[in-house]
Design a protein around this ligand. Structure first.
Ligand code: ZN
Length: 141
């Protein structure tokens, strides 16, 4: 499936130290009624809560990293789930030894510094519905 969108607007912003990235980005989206687009960002966190989807067991395995880490890359998208703007974010982090770790981003990932861009699409956004084949909420075809 593929859908063509025009670009409506681009936002650039920053979350404050101590903010929860997932919650903060959700608030930005809801305050502006953003329902479709792309999110990207860089910066650093004081702790990170990431996940790996165990496809066989159909559950997210979760990991809490309680340390200061660089955000090498944060990338995600915005669509609708249950009628609400929903951010799906992934993150790659690095530590003092420069090795990287990453995964699906959960709440309780706290900002040390975070700079982001949001590219907002025109038109009707994708809508997430439960997909029996994967056990995930995916864009409906
Ligand atoms: Zn994910």
């Amino acid at each position: 499936m593929i859908k063509e969108f025009g670009i409506k607007v681009v936002y650039q912003g920053r979350l404050k130290r101590g903010e929860d990235i997932l919650q903060g980005m959700t608030e930005v989206m809801k305050a502006r009624g953003l329902t479709g687009g792309i999110i990207s960002g860089i910066g650093a966190v004081s702790q990170a809560h990431i996940g790996y989807y165990n496809a066989a067991a159909r559950v997210y395995e979760e990991k809490m990293l309680r340390e200061n880490l660089e955000i090498v890359s944060l990338k995600g998208n915005i669509s609708l789930k249950d009628g609400q703007p929903f951010p799906h974010l992934h993150i790659v982090l690095s530590g003092a030894d420069y090795s990287t770790v990453g995964g699906h981003l959960f709440g309780d990932t706290l900002v040390f510094a975070f700079e982001y861009e949001i590219i907002v699409f025109e038109g009707d956004p994708f809508v997430r519905t439960f997909d029996e084949d994967t056990g995930l909420f995916l864009w409906s075809i």
